[in-house]
Design a protein around this ligand. Structure first.
Ligand code: B1M
Length: 209
């Protein structure tokens, strides 16, 4: 019998092999891939997200849980694609121009994927045009930006401006990173701000709804 709770628990422990084994068993049993994703992998990742927000777990645990999630997703992705299951939404994610910090961005990517988003990671030191070009290929999407330096924060305003100038009406912008605040988001006209990776997934869900 498929053990969705076991998938969630193994993911929280970062036990990639068990996650992969249980996901494969559930697929072999003919369980819907969406159910395995929602009630196994996403359920586990959202618990990790809440614990991370509450400082009950830290960056290493999140990275290990994300690795376990990948173990399950490797098996599930082709099955989901075959079944025509669509992701929750599209996110274009990057660290802005001049900024090479990517640990926070990678955590955000993991939380977004864990919530069911398809993430296009355009990397670090990404100029405004790179965000715009990626967003153009996605249509309705969230453009998510990370900045860790006070000197690179203004690049977020450049991206917001470039998206508006390109007339991308279906694109919402989301910003975050240690020096970034809600009032800065308001000042530059970004659609959303998130203080941490788990909240980024929540805000992205609200923006795409
Ligand atoms: Co840099 N660095 N660094 N650094 N570095 C900081 C950020 C700094 C605060 C250190 C300090 O002085 N105390 C300082 C910035 C000062 C400022 O501007 N206010 C600083 C500096 C000055 C620099 C250099 C300029 C140093 C130099 O060369 N003189 C240089 C700049 C290079 C560049 O980017 N052009 C530099 C370089 C580096 C390394 C390359 C050595 C390395 C980065 C390695 C890497 O990322 N691959 C590095 C590191 C590791 C740090 C610290 C120590 C740690 C950053 C980190 O990864 N934190 C940092 C000091 C510190 O924070 N204690 C520091 C862990 C990570 C999980 O947190 O990224 O904040 P964070 O992400 C959080 C939230 O911010 C949020 O979610 C995450 C967790 O939930 N979040 C988002 C992040 N992005 C989000 C996006 C969202 C939503 C939430 O929506 C889209």
């Amino acid at each position: 019998m498929a053990d969705l709770n076991g998938i969630s628990e193994a993911l929280q422990k970062g036990d990639r092999d068990t996650v992969a084994k249980l996901v494969q068993a559930a697929v072999n049993e003919g369980l819907s891939p969406k159910k395995i994703l929602d009630e196994g992998l996403i359920a586990g990742m959202s618990i990790i997200g809440k614990k991370f927000k509450n400082n009950e777990v830290y960056v290493p645990e999140v990275l290990i849980a994300a690795r376990a999630m990948h173990g399950g997703m490797n098996i599930l992705e082709p099955v989901l694609a075959k079944a025509g299951v669509k992701p929750l939404g599209q996110v274009v994610l990057g660290t802005v121009k001049g900024d090479l910090h990517d640990i926070g961005k990678n955590l955000v990517a993991m939380m977004l994927k864990g919530a069911g988003f398809q993430v296009t990671d355009i990397g670090t030191d990404a100029p405004a045009q790179k965000f715009v070009d990626a967003a153009k290929t996605k249509g309705k999407c969230v453009v998510a930006m990370s900045a860790l330096l006070t000197t690179t924060m203004p690049q977020m305003a450049e991206v917001v401006k470039a998206i508006k100038a390109a007339g991308l009406k279906d694109v919402k912008t989301l910003i975050g990173g240690a020096p970034v605040t809600q009032s800065y988001a308001d000042e530059i006209g970004a659609d959303g701000y998130a203080p941490d990776a788990a909240s980024a997934a929540d805000v992205a869900k609200a923006l795409i709804a």
